[in-house]
Ligand binder design. Structure first.
Ligand code: 14H
Length: 253
């Protein structure tokens, strides 16, 4: 039976999926929808291109709140030979995180809310002359089918939450973040038989957006310098990692 405690959605193959709701379901739904709306807004006004390398473009908007830098960030990239599902899976799944993350001391799952939503507690590497940061966030993976013909859009959202298993322990400072990875697979020169699609026929359009509040004062120039260096570095390392991991595996659509 479908009740207020269930969510009905469509899966990758258009079959109906019924999921039990959890205490953060409404939050997850609201933030996912906000990202889907925000992803198509363009970056022609007020955004600075701070890094470009081939297909990768990193933009940011300089914003301060009470003297704290909270610059929104938006990155675009096109990656050959991988699908949106593959990129999102490697980004979301705990088991791969420390293979590609270079900015963490540790990561752990502190709660499983449903098969697609986990709560993580992470300790970040200290990268500037300030207190160390940690973070606690729910992380949700989702597939959204747009139409019969198009490949679905895959996304992962990481959104700060509080949790009894992750109290804030001073002098460690808590990062506040709202981050999304949104991926769209493109099939180039599709062979007549879909079974014949090879990795050389696919590419993925990736958008990564981040709103991160450092949770306490950090010198603006230092923070902007770290962001300008680390986001492109993350994108490059993460996407190369997924290309490497999937190279000889069957394509995960
Ligand atoms: O998105 C990235 N990593 C995920 C998975 O580890 C976690 C991330 C997040 C960050 C903070 C809080 C919650 C969740 O989504 C890749 C992150 C790349 C990091 C680049 C470093 C930028 C440093 C500037 C911001 C520091 C603010 C003090």
């Amino acid at each position: 039976t479908i009740t207020d405690a269930t969510i009905v959605s469509t899966s990758n193959d258009d079959s109906l999926v019924i999921k039990d709701k959890h205490r953060l379901s409404d939050d997850v739904e609201r933030i996912v929808q906000e990202h889907l709306k925000y992803v198509s807004e363009d970056v022609s006004h007020g955004w600075d291109l701070i890094h470009q390398d081939g297909e990768m473009k990193v933009y940011r908007r300089e914003v301060e709140e009470n003297g704290i830098v909270v610059d929104p960030l938006k990155c675009f990239h096109t990656i050959k030979g991988v699908t949106g599902h593959e990129l999102c899976q490697y980004f979301w799944e705990f088991q791969y995180r420390m293979d590609w993350e270079t900015t963490l001391d540790s990561t752990k799952i502190i709660e499983v809310l449903d098969p697609d939503t986990m709560v993580f507690f992470q300790v970040h590497k200290r990268v500037w002359p300030a207190a160390q940061r940690d973070s606690c966030f729910w992380s949700h993976i989702r597939c959204i089918s747009n139409s019969e013909e198009d490949q679905p859009t895959w996304l992962v959202v990481n959104y700060t939450t509080s949790h009894p298993l992750a109290p804030i322990k001073s002098p460690q400072v808590r990062l506040v973040a709202n981050v999304a990875l949104i991926c769209e697979t493109i099939i180039c020169e599709p062979p007549l038989n879909p079974q014949d699609i090879k990795r050389e026929n696919i590419q993925c359009k990736l958008t990564y957006v981040a709103f991160v509040n450092p949770g306490g004062w950090v010198p603006s120039a230092a923070l902007r310098g770290v962001a300008k260096r680390e986001y492109p570095r993350f994108l490059k390392r993460f996407t190369s990692y997924v290309i490497e991991q999937t190279r000889n595996k069957p394509i995960l659509f």
